[in-house]
Ligand binder design. Structure first.
Ligand code: TXA
Ligand code: MG
Length: 308
């Protein structure tokens, strides 16, 4: 159910949960300082309690009271990417944040989102936790209809249109003297390198530092995604505009090979469409570049396929 900006603000102030738009994906918002509101977010998403949440703030200055220390180059990262799709993990000050938010860790994640409506909400309500507005394990929501599909027609959503980025924020963590990527996202390692002067290493599932959420199956439709060509005419193909595919297959276009931003924006909508159409399986054309935003797209497809 679409709500107005002032309704969204009122409901959040009274400790209800509301879905809000961001430039990456829709988020399930609740006041960060309300134990019951945060618990509702976990319940609604059916999210494991050991998976911490990102605190969203209107302005970098608002995180000062909560972090015990700011690692080197934090200022540069914030200046380069906020508001925008970067999440930064910082050491949490003792007793400054509800344990449920950090899932008991000694760190806490922050982000300043770049959507004008949500910045107005943050200005009026204060910091908000905001996991992606999808049932745990499913593809994230990139438009209000996806949110209503997962949480029901009556669930309050502030309509901010289609999310421009379409993939979640990139999460960085300062580890052993360097920033590392613990979740790939809308900002590629190469773009972060242009600010830091070195390329942050992308942590793998087996590494010691990783966003806890990366251990779970994620972003997955019910339809099975297959990468090896099993037959000449797969029932469904996820592919690219420039390519020719068999005429007997139903092709869902991800975008153009010349424009990874377009595929990023479309990816979760296309994964959800497979389930809406009742697809059992789809072959995914993974013949695209390895670098930049394509690396995040490949990682999301692999996770959606249950590989990783
Ligand atoms: O783009 C985004 O980041 C979206 C929009 C709504 O802002 N939010 C989002 O939240 O993707 P969520 O909860 O779906 O994913 C947050 C990820 C999880 O994998 C979680 O494990 C990780 O962030 N995370 C949160 N706090 C952390 C911490 N203290 N240390 C390591 N990872 C953390
Ligand atoms: Mg999520």
């Amino acid at each position: 159910m679409k709500v107005t900006l002032s309704q969204a603000i009122e409901q959040l102030k009274s400790n209800s949960v509301v879905a809000l738009p961001t430039e990456t994906v829709y988020g399930l918002a609740a006041r960060f300082d309300s134990d019951s509101a945060v618990q509702q977010v976990f319940n609604l998403k059916k999210r494991p309690q050991d998976n911490p949440l990102i605190i969203h703030v209107e302005d970098q200055s608002q995180i000062k009271p909560f972090a015990s220390y700011f690692p080197s180059d934090f200022e540069q990262l914030a200046k380069a990417f906020w508001p925008g799709p970067l999440t930064v993990i910082l050491p949490v000050k003792a007793n400054a944040i509800l344990p449920i938010v950090c899932a008991g860790l000694e760190t806490v994640a922050f982000r300043v989102p770049a959507h004008p409506l949500t910045l107005q909400v943050l200005n009026a309500v204060g910091p908000l936790v905001m996991p992606s507005a999808n049932l745990s394990g499913s593809p994230s929501s990139t438009n209000p209809e996806h949110v209503e599909h997962d949480f029901g027609k009556d669930f309050p959503v502030l309509d901010g249109g289609v999310c421009a980025k379409g993939l979640e924020s990139t999460i960085v963590h300062f580890y052993e003297g360097r920033w590392v990527i613990v979740r790939q996202g809308s900002i590629s390692a190469e773009v972060i390198e242009s600010v830091l002067g070195y390329r942050p290493v992308i942590m793998q599932k087996s590494d010691r530092v990783i966003a806890p959420g990366q251990h779970y199956r994620h972003y997955a439709p019910c339809a099975k995604l297959v990468f090896e060509r099993r037959c000449d005419e797969p029932p469904y193909i996820l592919g690219f505009r420039e390519r020719d595919y068999p005429t007997g297959s139903r092709v869902l276009l991800l975008g153009s090979l010349a424009n990874p931003e377009e595929t990023a924006e479309n990816l979760y909508r296309v994964l959800r469409q497979l389930d809406e159409e009742g697809a059992e399986w789809a072959w995914v054309d993974l013949d695209f570049p390895q670098d930049g935003l394509w690396a995040t797209i490949r990682e999301r497809l692999q996770r959606a396929a249950g590989i990783h």
